[in-house]
Design a protein around this ligand. Structure first.
Ligand code: PMP
Length: 286
């Protein structure tokens, strides 16, 4: 049984409890982070901690722990649950006031709720899916306008994954005003004539921690990167495509809306980036 962390305590997962009045439960008033673990170490913890603070600030939420405490909790959970490869899920909500109310409660009297748990995923780095790539469909992006804040409002992304599944695909890319924003739970990229193209950062997409690292590594490896909007038609005519996220790292996309890219197998760029990302991230894991 897993040991999880709830509001200052390490508990067996079946003893951990959160109030039914918690605003995360009633209003999706909460933010989260997912940090991957490789070799029993945290990948890009710093990036996730910085983004978490930004999400909290943007929502006028008060974080219950310092960055050092957060790192200590992550490490303790990795140790207690013997995680070698997997993820740590972290969620902070605006806490549980005495009654349901739209107005934000006073943080002095209603402390935020913090929950962390581990997800054991042996084989995460050597995921065989990366060898054959994934298929995506495109769907309309009807999410709210602050996708740069990592909130727990994940209903539409969940519906998108179900739409993909129903269509025999693995995931969905979201399209707004004709342009791809991102994947349901990842950033989206295409490759044309060796150039890596991905939407620029704005409120329209989550600023992926993996995205930042991958673009940095790509530039260091003298690969050309262009941050701009692209349409789904341009994507279908691309040489390659891929997604990035903390749990999939770099994952090739080989089919978009039933249209095969190239010969339908992962190309050169995405697998190379995956290799570089894993190698470089492991070196600086904590
Ligand atoms: N976009 C969305 C909508 C996401 O949910 C995620 C992952 N949670 C990402 C992008 C990728 O972010 P990261 O690389 O930090 O995991």
């Amino acid at each position: 049984m897993r040991t999880v962390y709830v509001n200052g305590e390490y508990l067996p997962e079946n003893e951990a409890k959160v109030s039914i009045f918690d605003r995360g439960f009633l209003m999706a008033d909460g933010v989260y982070e997912v940090t991957s673990v490789l070799d029993g170490k945290l990948i890009d913890f710093d990036g996730h901690a910085v983004r978490l603070n930004r999400s909290l600030d943007e929502l006028d939420m008060v974080g219950p722990v310092t960055k050092d405490e957060l790192l200590a909790i992550h490490r303790e959970l990795v140790t207690r649950n013997s995680i070698v490869e997997g993820m740590i899920y972290l969620q902070i909500t605006r806490g549980a006031p005495e009654d349901r109310d739209f107005a934000f409660p006073d943080p002095e009297t209603t402390p935020s709720t913090i929950v962390l748990f581990t997800q054991n995923k042996p084989g995460l780095a050597n995921n065989p899916v990366a060898l054959k790539g994934i298929k995506v469909i495109s769907i309309e992006d009807i999410r709210w306008g602050r996708r740069d804040i990592k909130t727990v409002q994940l209903l539409y992304p969940s519906m998108g994954k179900m739409m993909a599944k129903a269509a025999g695909a693995d995931d969905a890319w979201l399209v707004e005003d004709g342009f791809v924003t991102e994947g349901t739970s990842n950033n989206a990229y295409i490759v044309k004539n060796g150039k890596i193209i991905t939407r620029e950062r704005s409120n329209d997409i989550l600023h992926g921690i993996t995205r930042a690292a991958v673009l940095r590594f790509a530039q260091e490896a003298q690969m050309e990167v262009e941050e701009r909007n692209f349409t789904i038609e341009e994507a279908k005519a691309a040489d390659e495509a891929f997604i990035t996220s903390a749990s999939t790292f770099v994952m090739p996309v080989v089919e978009i809306d039933g249209v095969q890219l190239g010969d339908g197998l992962p190309g050169k760029v995405a697998p190379r980036l995956r290799e570089i990302y894993l190698e470089e991230s492991r070196k600086v894991a904590v």
